[in-house]
Ligand binder design. Sequence first.
Ligand code: SF4
Ligand code: SF4
Length: 146
Amino acid sequence: MVRILLRFPEKIVNQPIISQVVLQNTIHLNILAAHVNSHGGEVLVEIPSKEDARRAVKAFKERGVIVAFPKLVGVDEEKCLHCGACYSLCPVGAITIKDDFSISFDREKCIGSSCGQCVDACPTRAIILTREIDIMELENENRSSH
Ligand code: SF4
Ligand code: SF4
């Protein structure tokens, strides 16, 4: 799975760009989060394969969308006190309390740097947002094509 953050500038926010990219390139994508208004928008999508993600990045950029790769949650277990301060803040249920009252993070569910609410709440700064290794290649391609 590759997560991509799409930023739509004001001049293109009213265009049906996501459906165009999906239909014209036969790409499957899942919208995880969206914040859109008349001034622009940010949409976090998840794409199953790296090859489809590569094609999607190209297609979105051709249509004027700014593409970024969000960082996802990671926890320094040595710093975590399992205090639970982060737990109730997560909008997607990526943080859970286990039977032994320890806190568990699900990186697969985390919507990453477009959220970041738990990071600021942690009293010990145990939570960091990091990039997944396998998207670094895509990210480098994206950067070099700007
Ligand atoms: S960054 Fe947001 S989505 Fe991810 S675990 Fe923290 S609160 Fe949940
Ligand atoms: S807020 Fe920080 S210390 Fe508390 S449970 Fe969450 S990660 Fe652990």
